[in-house]
Design a protein around this ligand. Structure first.
Ligand code: HEC
Length: 115
């Protein structure tokens, strides 16, 4: 009886693992796409699709480019703080975006900095 059960449990365990992995991978992909979506809807009008701030909104607010060596060298914590609190004409997003959303939008900006 015991060995019978044990042989039944193994494949189930494998299925559960496979399912977990699928969910984890899907949520990672979702986080990435939501970072891009958030950037496009909340940041791009000033910062531009290429981070250079060369947009009407960027010019009006004197938006600093996000792809300079200085900004690239900043930590995620620095960029997160500016995003949360705002700076000069940059609006604060602490009450508009969750920590997870800010995390994924910063991760998306990091991918643009590498382009
Ligand atoms: C209304 C225009 C505007 C929008 C929208 C905007 N920003 Fe900004 N952002 C600015 C300006 C202007 C600055 C430069 C502030 C300064 O001169 O100190 C800036 C600076 C920054 C910095 C600091 C860069 C550095 O030098 O350390 C980060 C990070 C940043 N923005 C991220 C974001 C993110 C993420 C979003 C979207 C969630 C966003 N911004 C939306 C205008 C904007």
């Amino acid at each position: 009886m015991l060995t019978h059960n044990a042989t039944f449990r193994k494949p189930r365990f494998a299925v559960a693992l496979a399912l977990l992995c699928t969910l984890a991978c899907a949520s990672a992909a979702l986080a990435e796409s939501s970072g891009a979506d958030i950037y496009k809807s909340k940041c791009q009008m000033c910062h531009g699709a290429d981070l250079k701030g060369n947009t009407p909104g960027g010019k009006m607010t004197h938006t600093q480019p996000l792809d300079t060596p200085e900004v690239i060298a900043k930590t995620d914590a620095d960029l997160t703080a500016t995003t949360k609190n705002g700076r000069k004409k940059m609006p604060a997003f602490a009450s508009k975006l969750s920590d997870a959303q800010i995390h994924s939008v910063i991760a998306y900006i990091r991918t643009l900095q590498k382009k």
